[in-house]
Ligand binder design. Structure first.
Ligand code: C5P
Length: 333
């Protein structure tokens, strides 16, 4: 009958999501050049970042009377709790970058954190499932923050686009905008301005993880004391990525913060040299460390190399890059 099948759904409610999960990769710096100290205490950087296949999963879930509370008119007040099933050293509560990201998103879109009288409110729980090493130079906290922004954007039906989310991300931390997008990027400024770069092939890494963490501010402060200006540009890394040339990439890996990380942890230099002697195409401290990453020519070579250097680390992983970007799943709709 006319109108029966194709009746317009003018009164349709937006889809309701009760639980959203985001699986987010970590990153390594293939190139990190420090270009000077700014007045605000941050450093001007040129960096090439690539996602690597060690992931965290962030779950965001609404509890309570979902249907009424997700309606736009009653969505203004949200309480947030936080739980984690993670290793030692993960900051709890408000100290965690994921919680700070949630607060920042709430501020940006006008969601309050205190329920008003007579106003429907809802409880959103965040759960971090961590594999990315903590305070290790692999953007674990930043990845969780980015995943939280994406998860809550879906869960709360906020519907900001990626660019809007990246703007909020930049206020949470220098690596967070990159983690929202993933892939491979050239980062400038304090690291928040990123442009995707062309990359070919898959790279095999041995990731050497240490339980003794390094503080990023301390590594930068140490760089200010012991680092030397290095005019190197990322061109060789970008060229190697464009052509998928593993050997050229191994030779071009460069990190100005390495000297500072090794100053604080001289054992890192010994471990890096062991990786090189064991056949790595290149080996480098990732970001502000203390994680070391070594490039191998194949998955088999990476497994062999990992076995050979395992005694130098608390944990050794074999991983590949690039590892795409965050992946979002929603259920309960
Ligand atoms: O931005 P984020 O909170 O991740 O930075 C952590 C610390 O790293 C900053 O407090 C600062 O000490 C240092 N940093 C810097 N210059 C940058 C990025 C980070 O000095 N471009």
């Amino acid at each position: 009958m006319p109108g029966e099948v194709n009746a317009p759904l003018v009164d349709a409610e937006p889809p309701i999501r009760w639980r959203v999960q985001v699986r987010v990769p970590s990153k390594i710096n293939l190139f990190l050049g420090v270009r000077g100290l700014r007045d605000d205490g941050y450093h001007e950087l040129v960096s090439v970042m690539q996602t690597v296949s060690i992931h965290d999963t962030v779950t965001a879930q609404i509890e309570g009377d979902h249907v009424a509370r997700l309606h736009p008119a009653s969505r203004r007040f949200v309480d947030l709790t936080f739980s984690q099933r993670a290793g030692a050293g993960v900051p709890d509560g408000e100290g965690n970058l994921a919680v700070r990201a949630a607060r920042r998103l709430m501020q940006a879109v006008g969601i309050g954190s205190q329920a008003g009288e007579g106003t429907a409110s809802s409880m959103t729980r965040l759960h971090l499932d961590k594999t990315i090493p903590v305070a290790a130079g692999m953007a674990g906290g930043s990845a969780d923050a980015a995943a939280t922004l994406l998860a809550l954007n879906h869960l709360w039906g906020v519907d900001l686009d990626r660019e809007e989310l990246r703007e909020i991300a930049a206020e949470v931390g220098s690596d967070v905008p990159f983690c929202v997008s993933g892939g491979t990027a050239l980062a400038t400024g304090t690291g928040t301005a990123t442009a995707q770069v062309l990359t070919r092939g898959t790279y095999h890494w041995v990731v050497g993880i240490s339980d003794r963490t390094l503080s990023t501010p301390e590594v930068y402060a140490t760089y200010d004391r012991v680092g030397c200006p290095n005019p190197a540009e990322p061109d060789a890394v970008l060229q190697a990525l464009r052509t998928g040339d593993q050997e050229a990439l191994g030779a071009a890996l460069s990190n100005d913060l390495e000297v500072a990380a090794c100053h604080l942890r001289p054992d890192l230099e010994v471990s890096r040299d062991r990786m090189l002697r064991a056949g790595a195409l290149g080996a480098i401290v990732s970001g502000s460390g203390p994680t070391l990453v070594a490039l191998a020519e194949s998955a088999t070579a990476a497994a062999d190399l990992a076995a050979e250097v395992a005694d130098r680390f608390d944990r050794v992983e074999v991983a590949t890059s690039p590892a795409g970007g965050p992946e979002v799943w929603a259920d309960g709709a």
